[in-house]
Each structure stands twice: as structure tokens, then as C-alpha cells.
Design a protein around this ligand. Structure first.
Ligand SMILES: NC(=O)c1ccc[n+]([C@@H]2O[C@H](COP(=O)([O-])OP(=O)(O)OC[C@H]3O[C@@H](n4cnc5c(N)ncnc54)[C@H](OP(=O)(O)O)[C@@H]3O)[C@@H](O)[C@H]2O)c1
Length: 283
């Protein structure tokens, strides 16, 4: 009995895989990149939510009892995702853990449609609703602007965000997938502090020993900057819209989910910054 982790090269699935491996629980990673997705020998098959011909492969060699899923970046992602839920249920899967986000609401377009389908399908489920990942600051774009320009550009203004580590999200996902009892609810996974980007920049300045500045952009300038940096117009608008929402404190909140599910408090941003400071080195 194995667990299929889709989004196999992503920030959370790789961490869930490490936890399952440590616990000697069988799992299979599914990634659009197939076995090239990981370099550490974890079992990996080609899996693409938007390509039905790849759906059968994971089920050929092992009995899968639970699946970890996240949103593919396509229009109407819930259409193939709901179809895949039906397919996997037919193959004997009885538990689905969906990584969604703050805005997911049952029945609403987006991951809310998948959430609704899971409830209607009468399967065991859990919908993870994390806030923004601390690890976003390690992605090439932000690693560059912090490392080389000493700046963070956003349209988030003074909005407060309970940044959360992907390590904590993965640990909650691990429990939702592998615990004997299914949660059958959504879990808001939030970090320990509501932080503005000014405060993020302040902590980075302290940890790195040089001034990091948060540059507050209006919506149009932010979209422009992201497009100039190479993002598609669609994705630039998508990201900017999330930041504008955050500026209105859409992300702000508190939650005891990490402590309740894992037994420990979520990691602080200061510790995350200390652990990863080499990524933003200016050399
Ligand atoms: N980053 C955040 O701050 C944040 C906040 C709240 C919620 N979330 C949600 O958390 C999830 C992970 O986000 P992330 O930022 O951590 O991204 P990420 O590390 O880049 O992981 C996203 C993964 O999605 C998978 N994916 C994309 N298209 C796919 C497809 N057609 N079929 C199957 N898998 C596909 C990719 O897996 P492969 O390339 O291996 O196939 C990719 O690794 C997303 O659903 C996101 O909406 C993120």
C-alpha cells in the first residue's frame, strides 16, 4: 500500500517524500519530468494532471491508497483534477490530500471545486490551506533581487502575511496522508507571526549584515516589473493580484494547526533566514 505524491519536484512533495522515506512508508513521486524530477533515488514516475495518458502508470506497479495533489497551472484546473479523483477512486484510492491556499472556498472556482468534489465523492480527504511559503524567497527571482540588488519588490504594501515554512506544511501533509484517522476537513497552515515585507526586509538585513529594502510598488508598476523580468502577462497579473489582496490583509490570520498536528510550533522567519542566508549572499 503506497502513497502517490503528485507535483513531485515541488517544494512540499519532495519534503513529504523525505518524511515518508524516514518512516519507511512506501511512496511514489509523480512528476511531469518523470525520473529526472529527483536526484536522490526516490521512486518517481511521469505524471501530468493535464495529460490523462500519464494517469495509469503510477497504479501499474503498486496499490495506491492515498494521493497528494496540487493545482496544475492551467485554466480550469479542477476539471482534470476531479476526473482524476474519480479515476483514482476506481483504482482503489480512498484518501486525497489537496494542497490549496487561503482563497479556496468549497464550491468556488479553483481548488474549491476539487474540495467540493472530494466531499461529494465520499472519500477520506484533507484540504491544506497554507499561507505564503517562506521558501518563495529562495526562488531564483527573489534570490536575485535580495542577493544582488538588496531589494524586495512587491505590491503588498504594509499587508500582514503569516509566512509558513514548507517544512511545516509538508509535516502536516505527511500526517494528513499517513495517519490512521483521516482529518476530513480543511486545515489553515499558518506561520507563527503575521509579518509585513518591511519586517521581512528588516530580519534579512539583521541576518545578512547589510541593508535589504522593501520597495512598495503600485499595481501597474509591479505587473510591468514582473513582465520585464520574464514572466508572462497572465502570471505577472496573477502574482500581483495576490500581493494586492495581501495588502488588504487577506492573508493575515492565526492558527494552531501546525502545533496541533505535528506537536511542535511552526518555524519562525528569523530561523528560516538564518538557515538559508547563503542563498542571498551578495557574492
Ligand atoms: N508558494 C506559495 O506561497 C503558496 C501559498 C499557498 C498555496 N500554494 C499552493 O501550494 C502548491 C505548491 O506551490 P509552490 O509554490 O510550492 O509550487 P512548486 O514548488 O513549484 O510546486 C508546484 C508543483 O505543481 C506541479 N504541477 C504543475 N503543473 C502540473 C501538472 N500539470 N500536473 C501535475 N503537477 C503539476 C509541479 O510538479 P512537477 O513539475 O514535478 O510535475 C510543481 O512542482 C500550489 O498548488 C500552490 O497554489 C503555494
Amino acid at each position: 500500500m503506497s502513497i502517490l505524491l503528485t507535483g513531485g519536484s515541488g517544494k512540499t512533495a519532495t519534503r513529504v517524500a523525505a518524511l515518508l522515506a524516514e518512516d519507511r512508508k512506501p511512496f511514489l513521486l509523480g512528476s511531469r519530468q518523470g525520473s529526472d524530477a529527483v536526484s536522490n533515488g526516490y521512486p518517481t514516475v511521469k505524471f501530468d494532471m493535464s495529460d490523462e495518458s500519464t494517469w495509469t502508470k503510477p497504479f501499474e506497479s503498486t496499490h495506491i491508497k492515498a494521493v497528494y495533489m496540487m493545482e496544475p497551472r492551467i485554466s480550469q484546473p479542477w476539471v482534470p483534477m476531479n476526473k482524476f479523483v474519480d479515476f483514482a477512486k476506481n483504482q482503489g484510492v480512498n484518501r486525497f490530500v489537496l494542497c490549496a491556499g487561503t482563497s479556496a472556498t468549497i464550491g468556488k472556482d479553483g481548488m474549491g471545486r476539487v474540495w467540493e468534489h472530494l466531499i461529494k465523492s465520499d472519500v477520506e480527504y484533507c484540504v491544506l490551506r497554507p499561507s505564503w511559503f517562506m521558501e518563495n524567497l529562495l526562488e531564483p527571482g527573489l534570490a536575485f533581487t535580495i542577493g544582488k540588488l538588496n531589494k524586495i519588490f512587491t505590491a503588498a504594501q504594509d499587508g500582514k502575511i503569516p509566512f509558513i515554512s514548507a517544512d511545516d506544511i509538508a509535516e502536516v501533509a505527511y500526517h494528513a496522508l499517513a495517519d490512521e484517522k483521516s482529518y476530513n476537513c480543511d486545515l489553515r497552515i499558518l506561520g507563527p507571526e503575521n509579518l509585513t515585507y518591511d519586517q521581512i526586509a528588516e530580519t534579512l538585513s539583521k541576518v545578512l549584515g547589510r541593508k535589504i529594502e522593501h520597495v512598495k510598488l503600485d499595481e501597474a508598476s509591479r505587473i510591468d516589473g514582473l513582465v520585464q523580468a520574464g514572466l508572462s502577462d497572465y502570471f505577472a497579473r496573477f502574482l500581483t493580484n495576490l500581493e494586492v489582496l495581501a495588502s488588504q490583509d487577506f492573508e493575515k490570520g492565526t492558527s494552531d494547526v501546525v502545533k496541533r498536528v505535528t506537536g511542535h510550533s511552526p518555524q519562525s522567519f528569523e530561523k528560516f533566514a538564518e538557515d538559508n542566508k547563503a542563498v542571498w549572499s551578495s557574492n
